[in-house]
Design a protein around this ligand. Structure first.
Ligand code: ATP
Ligand code: MG
Length: 134
C-alpha cells in the first residue's frame, strides 16, 4: 500500500495545529498507521533535506526543523502521496490555495507548518529511516 511520511513542523506543533491537521487527513479518508512526537536531531534533519543542502536557506531550514518537537506520521491509502501534497498546498503559503493546509494556516515559506513526501519511494524511505515510527 502507498505510504506518505507527513511531518508537522515545530511551528505547527507550537501553534496547536496538530488536531486540525490530523483531522483533515482523517476526513479525506486516509489511514494513520504511525505517529510520534519527536525532537529531530540536526544530523537527521540534514539527511531528510539533503537534496537542498546547496540552497542558501539550508542552514535556516535545519535550524527551523530542529527548533522544537515535530509530529512524525505515516499515512497510507491509494494515491496518498499526491493527495497529501494537494491537501498541504504550495511550498510558499502565500501561493497556496485557500482550502489547503498551508493556504489556510501559514504565511511564510520558512514556517510552512507541514512536510509531505514527494514520491511513493520517498514515502517508504522517509517512514523507514527518519524517525523510526514503523
Ligand atoms: P517539504 O519537503 O517540507 O514538504 P516542499 O516539498 O513543499 O516542502 P521543498 O522544495 O522540498 O518544498 O523545500 C523543503 C522546505 O524547505 C520547504 O517546505 C520550506 O520549509 C523550506 N524552503 C524551501 N524553499 C525555501 C525558501 N526559498 N526560503 C526558505 N525556506 C525554504
Ligand atoms: Mg519537499
Amino acid at each position: 500500500v502507498e505510504q506518505s511520511y507527513i511531518m508537522i513542523k515545530p511551528d505547527g506543533v507550537q501553534r496547536g495545529l496538530v488536531g486540525e491537521i490530523i483531522s483533515r487527513f482523517e476526513k479525506k479518508g486516509f489511514k494513520l498507521t504511525g505517529l510520534k512526537l519527536f525532537q529531530c536531531p540536526q544530523e537527521l534533519a540534514e539527511e531528510h533535506y539533503k537534496d537542498l543542502q546547496s540552497k542558501p536557506f539550508f542552514p535556516k531550514l535545519i535550524q527551523y526543523i530542529t527548533s522544537g518537537p515535530v509530529v512524525c506520521m505515516a499515512w497510507e491509502g491509494v494515491g496518498v502521496v499526491a493527495s497529501a501534497r494537494k491537501l498541504i498546498g504550495a511550498t510558499n503559503p502565500l501561493q497556496a490555495e485557500p482550502g489547503t493546509i498551508r493556504g489556510d494556516l501559514a504565511v511564510q515559506t520558512g514556517r510552512n507548518v507541514i512536510h509531505g513526501s514527494d514520491s511513493p519511494e520517498n514515502g517508504k524511505r522517509e517512514i523507514g529511516n527518519l524517525c523510526c515510527i514503523l
